[in-house]
Design a protein around this ligand. Sequence first.
Ligand code: GCU
Length: 340
Amino acid sequence: MFAALSILAFSLFALTGCGGVGNGKQIVRVAHSQTEIHPEHVALVEFKKYVEERLGDKYEIQIFPNELLGGQKKVIELCQTGAIDVVVVGAPNVETVERTFELFSIPYLFGSKEAYFATMNDEALTEEIYKTPIHAGFRVVTWYNAGLRSFYAKTPINTPDDMKGLKLRVQQSPASIAMVNILGGAATPMAFGEVYTAIQQGVIDGAENNELALTANKHGEVAKYYSNNMHQMIPDVVLANERFLQNLPEADRKVFMDAFKESNKVELVEWDKKVEEAKKYAIEEQKVTFLNVDMSKFREKMLPLQADIVKNNPSIVKFYEKIQEINDKVAEDKEKKGDK
Ligand code: GCU
Protein backbone atom coordinates (compact mmCIF):
# COMPACT_ATOMS: atom_id res chain seq x y z
CA MET A 1 0.00 0.00 0.00
CA PHE A 2 2.84 2.35 0.87
CA ALA A 3 4.35 1.81 -2.55
CA ALA A 4 1.08 2.69 -4.25
CA LEU A 5 0.69 5.82 -2.18
CA SER A 6 4.26 6.82 -2.91
CA ILE A 7 3.66 6.50 -6.62
CA LEU A 8 0.50 8.57 -6.29
CA ALA A 9 2.33 11.20 -4.27
CA PHE A 10 5.10 11.28 -6.79
CA SER A 11 2.80 11.77 -9.73
CA LEU A 12 1.46 14.80 -7.89
CA PHE A 13 5.01 15.88 -7.40
CA ALA A 14 5.87 15.61 -11.02
CA LEU A 15 2.85 17.68 -11.96
CA THR A 16 3.43 20.52 -9.54
CA GLY A 17 7.21 20.51 -9.77
CA CYS A 18 9.78 20.43 -6.97
CA GLY A 19 9.86 23.17 -4.35
CA GLY A 20 7.11 24.48 -6.58
CA VAL A 21 5.09 27.62 -6.61
CA GLY A 22 1.33 27.13 -6.33
CA ASN A 23 -1.20 29.98 -6.05
CA GLY A 24 1.74 32.34 -6.14
CA LYS A 25 3.07 30.69 -3.01
CA GLN A 26 6.21 28.66 -2.58
CA ILE A 27 5.29 25.11 -1.60
CA VAL A 28 7.52 23.70 1.12
CA ARG A 29 7.36 19.91 1.34
CA VAL A 30 7.99 18.13 4.61
CA ALA A 31 8.16 14.31 4.80
CA HIS A 32 8.26 12.03 7.82
CA SER A 33 7.67 8.37 8.70
CA GLN A 34 5.24 8.58 11.56
CA THR A 35 1.46 8.47 11.84
CA GLU A 36 -0.69 11.55 12.43
CA ILE A 37 -0.98 10.82 16.16
CA HIS A 38 2.78 10.77 16.69
CA PRO A 39 4.54 13.65 18.55
CA GLU A 40 6.59 14.42 15.44
CA HIS A 41 3.51 15.02 13.34
CA VAL A 42 2.04 17.24 16.06
CA ALA A 43 5.33 19.16 16.15
CA LEU A 44 5.38 19.60 12.38
CA VAL A 45 1.82 20.87 12.38
CA GLU A 46 3.04 23.48 14.87
CA PHE A 47 5.94 24.28 12.53
CA LYS A 48 3.49 24.80 9.67
CA LYS A 49 1.26 27.00 11.81
CA TYR A 50 4.19 29.11 13.02
CA VAL A 51 5.47 29.79 9.50
CA GLU A 52 2.08 30.30 7.86
CA GLU A 53 0.88 32.66 10.59
CA ARG A 54 3.81 34.91 9.80
CA LEU A 55 4.52 34.28 6.13
CA GLY A 56 1.37 32.56 4.89
CA ASP A 57 1.09 34.91 1.92
CA LYS A 58 4.41 33.59 0.60
CA TYR A 59 4.72 29.95 1.69
CA GLU A 60 2.51 26.90 1.98
CA ILE A 61 3.83 24.05 4.09
CA GLN A 62 2.71 20.58 2.98
CA ILE A 63 3.29 17.71 5.43
CA PHE A 64 3.52 14.11 4.15
CA PRO A 65 3.37 11.56 7.03
CA ASN A 66 3.54 7.72 7.02
CA GLU A 67 6.50 7.35 4.63
CA LEU A 68 4.14 8.58 1.93
CA LEU A 69 7.05 9.94 -0.07
CA GLY A 70 9.29 6.97 0.72
CA GLY A 71 11.23 5.31 3.55
CA GLN A 72 13.88 7.27 5.40
CA LYS A 73 16.76 6.30 3.10
CA LYS A 74 14.72 7.40 0.09
CA VAL A 75 13.62 10.73 1.54
CA ILE A 76 17.19 11.57 2.50
CA GLU A 77 18.11 11.21 -1.18
CA LEU A 78 15.16 13.40 -2.13
CA CYS A 79 16.22 16.01 0.42
CA GLN A 80 19.74 15.95 -1.05
CA THR A 81 18.43 16.81 -4.49
CA GLY A 82 15.89 19.31 -3.17
CA ALA A 83 12.83 17.35 -4.36
CA ILE A 84 11.72 17.49 -0.71
CA ASP A 85 12.74 20.51 1.36
CA VAL A 86 12.52 19.07 4.87
CA VAL A 87 12.59 15.47 6.14
CA VAL A 88 12.61 13.85 9.58
CA VAL A 89 14.71 10.71 9.97
CA GLY A 90 16.42 8.66 12.64
CA ALA A 91 20.08 9.75 12.92
CA PRO A 92 21.45 6.30 11.88
CA ASN A 93 19.97 6.74 8.42
CA VAL A 94 22.38 9.62 7.82
CA GLU A 95 25.43 7.47 8.67
CA THR A 96 26.16 6.33 5.14
CA VAL A 97 26.02 9.91 3.82
CA GLU A 98 27.98 11.48 6.68
CA ARG A 99 29.85 9.18 9.08
CA THR A 100 29.67 11.62 12.00
CA PHE A 101 26.12 10.40 12.53
CA GLU A 102 27.44 7.00 13.55
CA LEU A 103 28.01 8.70 16.88
CA PHE A 104 24.35 8.35 17.84
CA SER A 105 24.21 4.65 16.99
CA ILE A 106 26.83 3.76 19.60
CA PRO A 107 25.05 1.48 22.07
CA TYR A 108 24.89 2.84 25.61
CA LEU A 109 26.53 6.09 24.47
CA PHE A 110 24.67 8.16 27.05
CA GLY A 111 25.03 7.35 30.74
CA SER A 112 21.52 8.57 31.51
CA LYS A 113 18.52 10.34 30.06
CA GLU A 114 19.76 13.55 31.66
CA ALA A 115 23.11 13.20 29.87
CA TYR A 116 21.28 12.64 26.58
CA PHE A 117 19.28 15.84 27.05
CA ALA A 118 22.32 17.80 28.25
CA THR A 119 24.11 16.74 25.05
CA MET A 120 21.25 17.51 22.68
CA ASN A 121 20.67 20.88 24.36
CA ASP A 122 24.35 21.84 24.12
CA GLU A 123 23.98 24.10 21.10
CA ALA A 124 27.70 24.60 20.47
CA LEU A 125 28.18 20.84 20.30
CA THR A 126 25.11 19.99 18.25
CA GLU A 127 25.59 22.87 15.81
CA GLU A 128 28.98 21.48 14.90
CA ILE A 129 27.44 18.07 14.23
CA TYR A 130 24.41 19.52 12.41
CA LYS A 131 26.58 21.20 9.77
CA THR A 132 28.62 18.12 8.87
CA PRO A 133 26.34 16.86 6.07
CA ILE A 134 26.28 20.17 4.16
CA HIS A 135 28.63 18.61 1.60
CA ALA A 136 25.76 16.22 0.81
CA GLY A 137 23.24 19.02 0.28
CA PHE A 138 21.44 19.25 3.62
CA ARG A 139 21.91 20.13 7.27
CA VAL A 140 20.14 19.40 10.54
CA VAL A 141 17.88 22.22 11.70
CA THR A 142 16.59 20.72 14.94
CA TRP A 143 16.09 17.40 16.73
CA TYR A 144 13.14 15.44 18.09
CA ASN A 145 13.17 13.06 21.01
CA ALA A 146 12.64 9.46 19.94
CA GLY A 147 12.97 7.98 23.43
CA LEU A 148 14.82 4.89 24.51
CA ARG A 149 15.28 1.91 22.22
CA SER A 150 14.87 -1.66 23.49
CA PHE A 151 14.32 -5.08 21.92
CA TYR A 152 10.88 -6.61 21.45
CA ALA A 153 9.89 -9.92 19.93
CA LYS A 154 7.38 -12.71 19.69
CA THR A 155 9.33 -14.61 22.36
CA PRO A 156 10.74 -13.13 25.60
CA ILE A 157 14.28 -11.75 25.47
CA ASN A 158 15.49 -11.70 29.06
CA THR A 159 19.22 -11.94 28.38
CA PRO A 160 21.38 -11.64 25.26
CA ASP A 161 21.38 -15.46 25.12
CA ASP A 162 17.68 -15.36 24.26
CA MET A 163 18.56 -13.47 21.08
CA LYS A 164 20.58 -16.30 19.55
CA GLY A 165 19.26 -17.00 16.08
CA LEU A 166 16.45 -14.46 16.29
CA LYS A 167 15.92 -12.34 13.20
CA LEU A 168 15.58 -8.80 14.47
CA ARG A 169 14.87 -5.77 12.34
CA VAL A 170 17.28 -2.85 12.68
CA GLN A 171 17.53 0.55 11.02
CA GLN A 172 19.41 0.63 7.74
CA SER A 173 22.83 1.49 9.14
CA PRO A 174 26.08 -0.47 9.54
CA ALA A 175 26.34 0.27 13.27
CA SER A 176 22.77 -0.92 13.88
CA ILE A 177 23.51 -4.18 12.07
CA ALA A 178 26.72 -4.74 14.07
CA MET A 179 24.84 -4.10 17.30
CA VAL A 180 22.41 -7.01 16.89
CA ASN A 181 25.00 -9.33 15.43
CA ILE A 182 27.36 -8.86 18.39
CA LEU A 183 24.55 -10.07 20.65
CA GLY A 184 24.09 -13.25 18.62
CA GLY A 185 20.94 -12.19 16.79
CA ALA A 186 20.55 -12.02 13.02
CA ALA A 187 20.23 -8.34 12.13
CA THR A 188 17.70 -7.65 9.38
CA PRO A 189 17.82 -4.06 8.13
CA MET A 190 14.61 -2.74 6.58
CA ALA A 191 12.52 0.42 6.32
CA PHE A 192 10.37 1.25 9.34
CA GLY A 193 7.09 1.00 7.44
CA GLU A 194 7.73 -2.66 6.56
CA VAL A 195 8.28 -3.90 10.11
CA TYR A 196 4.68 -4.65 11.14
CA THR A 197 4.01 -6.97 8.20
CA ALA A 198 7.43 -8.58 8.48
CA ILE A 199 6.78 -9.56 12.13
CA GLN A 200 3.22 -10.60 11.37
CA GLN A 201 4.30 -12.85 8.51
CA GLY A 202 7.22 -14.33 10.43
CA VAL A 203 9.88 -12.85 8.13
CA ILE A 204 11.46 -11.49 11.33
CA ASP A 205 11.01 -12.41 14.99
CA GLY A 206 11.09 -8.91 16.38
CA ALA A 207 12.74 -5.52 16.28
CA GLU A 208 14.06 -2.77 18.53
CA ASN A 209 12.50 0.60 19.12
CA ASN A 210 10.74 2.90 21.57
CA GLU A 211 7.32 2.11 23.06
CA LEU A 212 5.44 4.21 20.51
CA ALA A 213 6.34 1.69 17.81
CA LEU A 214 4.18 -0.80 19.73
CA THR A 215 1.11 1.40 19.62
CA ALA A 216 1.32 4.07 16.91
CA ASN A 217 2.75 1.51 14.48
CA LYS A 218 0.86 -1.45 15.98
CA HIS A 219 3.95 -3.64 16.48
CA GLY A 220 2.51 -4.58 19.90
CA GLU A 221 -0.24 -6.49 18.10
CA VAL A 222 2.31 -8.93 16.71
CA ALA A 223 5.22 -8.87 19.19
CA LYS A 224 4.14 -9.44 22.78
CA TYR A 225 7.40 -9.11 24.77
CA TYR A 226 9.19 -5.80 25.25
CA SER A 227 12.55 -5.94 27.06
CA ASN A 228 13.53 -2.77 28.90
CA ASN A 229 17.20 -3.12 28.03
CA MET A 230 17.47 0.48 26.73
CA HIS A 231 20.48 0.09 24.45
CA GLN A 232 20.17 3.43 22.67
CA MET A 233 18.79 6.94 22.91
CA ILE A 234 18.85 8.14 19.31
CA PRO A 235 17.51 11.53 18.30
CA ASP A 236 15.44 11.95 15.19
CA VAL A 237 16.91 14.75 13.13
CA VAL A 238 15.06 17.31 11.04
CA LEU A 239 17.01 17.81 7.82
CA ALA A 240 16.57 20.74 5.48
CA ASN A 241 17.93 21.06 1.97
CA GLU A 242 20.79 23.56 2.17
CA ARG A 243 19.93 25.34 -1.10
CA PHE A 244 16.34 25.76 0.06
CA LEU A 245 17.57 27.41 3.29
CA GLN A 246 20.09 29.62 1.53
CA ASN A 247 17.56 30.77 -1.08
CA LEU A 248 15.19 32.06 1.59
CA PRO A 249 15.41 35.80 2.18
CA GLU A 250 17.24 36.33 5.48
CA ALA A 251 14.18 37.51 7.43
CA ASP A 252 12.15 34.53 6.19
CA ARG A 253 14.95 32.13 7.04
CA LYS A 254 14.86 33.42 10.60
CA VAL A 255 11.14 32.67 10.81
CA PHE A 256 11.74 29.13 9.50
CA MET A 257 14.59 28.54 11.97
CA ASP A 258 12.47 29.83 14.86
CA ALA A 259 9.64 27.60 13.69
CA PHE A 260 11.94 24.55 13.76
CA LYS A 261 12.96 25.46 17.32
CA GLU A 262 9.33 25.84 18.36
CA SER A 263 8.51 22.47 16.86
CA ASN A 264 11.29 20.91 18.94
CA LYS A 265 9.76 22.30 22.14
CA VAL A 266 6.33 20.98 21.20
CA GLU A 267 7.70 17.57 20.30
CA LEU A 268 9.57 17.10 23.60
CA VAL A 269 6.44 17.82 25.65
CA GLU A 270 4.23 15.66 23.41
CA TRP A 271 6.76 12.86 23.57
CA ASP A 272 6.66 12.51 27.36
CA LYS A 273 2.89 12.50 27.32
CA LYS A 274 2.46 10.06 24.44
CA VAL A 275 5.09 7.59 25.61
CA GLU A 276 3.36 7.16 28.96
CA GLU A 277 0.02 6.63 27.18
CA ALA A 278 1.71 4.15 24.85
CA LYS A 279 3.07 2.02 27.70
CA LYS A 280 -0.32 1.91 29.36
CA TYR A 281 -2.09 1.02 26.11
CA ALA A 282 0.48 -1.65 25.24
CA ILE A 283 0.08 -3.34 28.64
CA GLU A 284 -3.67 -3.00 29.06
CA GLU A 285 -5.03 -3.26 25.53
CA GLN A 286 -2.38 -5.04 23.49
CA LYS A 287 -1.37 -7.35 26.37
CA VAL A 288 2.32 -6.74 25.80
CA THR A 289 4.52 -7.97 28.66
CA PHE A 290 7.26 -5.52 29.68
CA LEU A 291 10.31 -7.43 30.89
CA ASN A 292 12.52 -5.71 33.44
CA VAL A 293 15.75 -7.24 32.27
CA ASP A 294 19.24 -6.85 33.70
CA MET A 295 20.53 -4.10 31.43
CA SER A 296 24.15 -4.65 32.46
CA LYS A 297 24.20 -8.02 30.66
CA PHE A 298 23.36 -6.31 27.36
CA ARG A 299 25.70 -3.43 28.06
CA GLU A 300 28.64 -5.70 28.83
CA LYS A 301 28.25 -7.51 25.51
CA MET A 302 27.89 -4.28 23.56
CA LEU A 303 30.78 -2.34 25.06
CA PRO A 304 33.43 -3.80 22.71
CA LEU A 305 31.35 -2.40 19.84
CA GLN A 306 31.52 1.09 21.40
CA ALA A 307 35.31 0.91 21.40
CA ASP A 308 35.33 -0.50 17.88
CA ILE A 309 33.13 2.21 16.40
CA VAL A 310 35.18 4.99 17.97
CA LYS A 311 38.47 3.43 16.88
CA ASN A 312 37.33 3.09 13.28
CA ASN A 313 35.69 6.47 12.88
CA PRO A 314 38.00 9.44 13.53
CA SER A 315 35.22 11.92 12.72
CA ILE A 316 33.37 11.11 15.93
CA VAL A 317 36.23 10.98 18.45
CA LYS A 318 35.99 14.54 19.74
CA PHE A 319 32.19 14.36 20.05
CA TYR A 320 32.41 11.01 21.80
CA GLU A 321 34.92 12.41 24.29
CA LYS A 322 32.77 15.45 24.96
CA ILE A 323 29.80 13.19 25.64
CA GLN A 324 31.88 11.19 28.11
CA GLU A 325 32.59 14.47 29.95
CA ILE A 326 28.88 15.24 29.98
CA ASN A 327 28.12 11.72 31.25
CA ASP A 328 30.61 12.17 34.11
CA LYS A 329 29.38 15.64 35.01
CA VAL A 330 25.72 14.57 35.04
CA ALA A 331 26.56 11.50 37.15
CA GLU A 332 28.48 13.66 39.65
CA ASP A 333 25.65 16.17 39.90
CA LYS A 334 23.16 13.38 40.45
CA GLU A 335 25.31 11.88 43.18
CA LYS A 336 25.58 15.25 44.93
CA LYS A 337 21.83 15.56 44.84
CA GLY A 338 21.52 12.05 46.23
CA ASP A 339 19.90 10.58 43.08
CA LYS A 340 21.02 7.21 41.83
C1 GCU B 1 11.63 5.51 15.54
C2 GCU B 1 12.26 6.79 15.13
C3 GCU B 1 12.33 6.85 13.62
C4 GCU B 1 13.04 5.63 13.12
C5 GCU B 1 12.31 4.42 13.54
C6 GCU B 1 13.01 3.19 12.99
O1 GCU B 1 10.29 5.52 15.20
O2 GCU B 1 11.49 7.86 15.62
O3 GCU B 1 12.99 7.95 13.16
O4 GCU B 1 13.14 5.62 11.78
O5 GCU B 1 12.26 4.41 14.93
O6 GCU B 1 13.35 2.32 13.76
O7 GCU B 1 13.21 3.14 11.79
